[in-house]
Design a protein around this ligand. Structure first.
Ligand SMILES: Cc1ncc(COP(=O)(O)O)c(C=O)c1O
Length: 382
């Protein structure tokens, strides 16, 4: 029996290897960071670390774990206050914290997607939304990436309670959803819009409150998901919506109910990260300056194929898994940590270098990237 299981595992891995798409864990190599989601440097911030430690030390009763799920012994006044303060910051009526963004999306979509309802999702929506939808009983429709005409076609045939799932900034392509237009369509067809703000949290010019607030669309969305593991440099996520949604999720969202709650230390990290965000206008501004610098370099190099994006996620397209792997290797050799994104993670011919910019990157580092890229492009693309 175990032989056949092992054989299955081996054959599956061999298949990946043959496609040049085998995934491997790499220990953090301390090269120039063009790869993490730590957009503002919070994950490595000494200021944040000290603030978390100070708050933790200031409480009389130290706890390690939370001791249980939120519905049993794992709840605290601290968790509830934190949810209220984050909801207030994001101009939402209520919020419910999950242990991760993955849990939040799985828990949200699996719970709301009841039989007879419809979930319409952008084809590039994050895997966690896909997994949540798979666990739901809803009818599901995909619409082509950012394609409003296709979305409207889907809305016309959708039945029951209708939900539309988008990311404000797409994790893999870095481009924006046309949020305003999508809210107009959702209003027209009485659909409930859910916006995953994972990559917008902390980086938008309105104190990092996300795109929904940047465009004053708070009243037009049904729910938002903000994650804390990217620009906020810690871990966890919150689903924002009204009190009804919060109470519904407490009752029906399995990834909220059946898991040990985050420990106090993690909650304090989230609290302190939001405090630091209030003081981070300069960092956000620096990040946007780097994005502009990078985009100007892209625009002045005709040989480079790229995906249009105004966010810190920039993608240079290089067809073929081995081509993109080779060029990523050349970048690594020069001390630049940029990972290749291979098919089948992205469609064939859309293989890419995914460059994440951070407030702590420099123009010189971007120059170094373009030097390596341009000197390797002709041989590889020819
Ligand atoms: C768009 C999007 N949603 C959700 C998640 C999951 O968030 P977390 O890493 O907190 O589980 C990610 C992270 O990869 C993401 O990119």
């Amino acid at each position: 029996m175990s032989f056949s299981a092992d054989l299955f595992l081996k054959q599956s891995l061999d298949k990946r290897e043959a496609q040049n798409a085998l995934r491997k864990l790499i220990v953090n190599n301390h090269k120039v960071d063009f790869c993490s989601n730590d957009y503002l440097g919070f994950a490595q911030s000494v200021e944040l670390k000290i603030a978390i430690e100070n708050e933790y030390r200031s409480i009389i009763q130290y706890t390690n774990g939370s001791g249980g799920s939120r519905l049993l012994s794992g709840n605290s006044a601290y968790a509830e206050e934190l949810e209220k303060s984050i909801a207030l910051f994001h101009a939402a009526e209520a919020g419910l914290i999950y242990n991760s963004g993955y849990d939040a999306n799985v828990g949200l979509f699996s719970a709301i997607g009841q039989k007879g309802s419809t979930i319409i999702y952008d084809e590039l929506i994050h895997a966690s939304v896909h997994d949540g939808i798979k666990l739901s009983s809803a009818t599901t429709f995909m619409f082509k990436h950012n394609d409003l005409i296709h979305l409207e076609e889907r809305l016309k045939i959708a039945e029951g309670i209708v939900y539309v799932a988008v990311e404000s900034i797409y994790s893999m392509d870095g481009d924006d959803a046309p949020l305003k237009e999508i809210t107009v369509l959702c209003e027209k067809y009485n659909a409930n819009l859910i916006v995953d703000e994972a990559h917008a949290t902390g980086i938008t010019i309105n104190k990092g409150k996300g795109r929904v607030q940047q465009f004053a669309l708070e009243q037009k969305v049904f729910a938002r998901v903000h994650t804390f593991g990217k620009a906020l440099g810690c871990h966890g996520a919150i689903v924002l919506g009204n009190n009804l949604l919060r109470n519904y999720l407490i009752n029906y969202s399995r990834s909220f109910i059946y898991t040990t709650a985050l420990p106090l230390h993690s909650l304090m990290a989230i609290h302190q990260a939001y405090q630091l965000l209030e003081k981070s206008d300069t960092k956000i501004e620096e990040l946007h300056q780097l994005v502009s610098y990078f985009k100007n370099k892209l625009a002045s190099n005709n040989a480079v194929r790229f995906i249009e994006s105004d966010s810190p996620i920039q993608c240079v397209l290089i067809s073929g898994n081995s081509n993109v792997k080779n060029i990523a290797e050349a970048l690594q050799l020069k001390g630049l940590d940029i990972r290749p994104i291979l098919s089948p993670t992205v469609p064939k011919d859309k293989e890419r270098l995914r460059i994440c910019l951070h407030a702590y990157n420099t123009n010189q580092e971007i120059d170094a990237f373009f030097n390596v890229l341009l000197s390797n492009l002709p041989t590889i693309e020819s």
